[in-house]
Design a protein around this ligand. Structure first.
Ligand SMILES: CC(C)(COP(=O)(O)OP(=O)(O)OC[C@H]1O[C@@H](n2cnc3c(N)ncnc32)[C@H](O)[C@@H]1OP(=O)(O)O)[C@@H](O)C(=O)NCCC(=O)NCCS
Length: 174
């Protein structure tokens, strides 16, 4: 059953808890969304609060995918640039699908919904994101139409002695 996507849902305390639980479950399953396991919802809350503040200020949009039961199964944040010369493209952050739903095409659906959402924003011509090397994520984004446009070797230290490339991917929307 496909996920149902919603852009900018009302942020209730229940949705905040669901986002934290998803982010923690994805991180603890080894997902590269800014943390390394083990993490708790409390570790993640300050990062979520930053996104919520940006959303309240209109700089960031939240895309949520729900499964057939209504549970939050996938998210991505779409962020505008503050730099005046970079307002024609957006960042995509925290792309994640709950581990129990991964591998069924929901990630690709999530990125298609993000591209649709970005196309609906005035003047937006591209989506840019970064991902951690060593996990094959470039292949996932590539299958969604993104091209690798940059790579900083070893920029992400996930553990002492385990440095990963910071890869920049770009999806032109025009
Ligand atoms: C990355 C992620 C969003 C992909 O979502 P998904 O629902 O599992 O992916 P899909 O089922 O839509 O897969 C789409 C394609 O990408 C491939 N793919 C998915 N995850 C991949 C990975 N980690 N490495 C390589 N290829 C991957 C699939 O094999 C599939 O290709 P195919 O059609 O040729 O078989 C999801 O696995 C996830 O949330 N991971 C943890 C969080 C994370 O690391 N996010 C990335 C932040 S940069």
């Amino acid at each position: 059953m496909p996920l149902t996507f919603e852009l900018d849902p009302a942020v209730s305390p229940a949705l905040r808890d669901d986002l934290l639980a998803l982010w923690a479950d994805v991180s603890n399953a080894g997902g590269s969304v800014g943390f390394v396991p083990p993490v708790t919802a409390d570790d993640i809350r300050p990062e979520l609060v930053k996104h919520l503040v940006a959303m309240a200020e209109g700089r960031t949009r939240l895309l949520v995918g729900r499964d057939g039961t209504g549970a939050v199964a996938a998210t991505a944040f779409i962020a505008h640039n503050t730099h005046r010369l970079m307002r024609h493209w957006v960042w995509l952050y925290t792309v994640m699908v709950h581990p129990r739903h991964q591998g069924r095409g929901y990630g690709r659906d999530l990125l298609a919904a993000a591209a649709d959402a970005a196309r609906g924003l005035e003047g937006i011509e591209a989506i840019r994101l970064t991902c951690r090397g060593g996990l094959g994520l470039e292949r996932f984004y590539g299958s969604c139409g993104y091209k690798e446009v940059g790579r900083v070797p070893g920029a992400i230290r996930v553990a002492p002695g385990d440095d990963r490339d910071d890869i920049t991917m770009l999806l032109p929307l025009l």
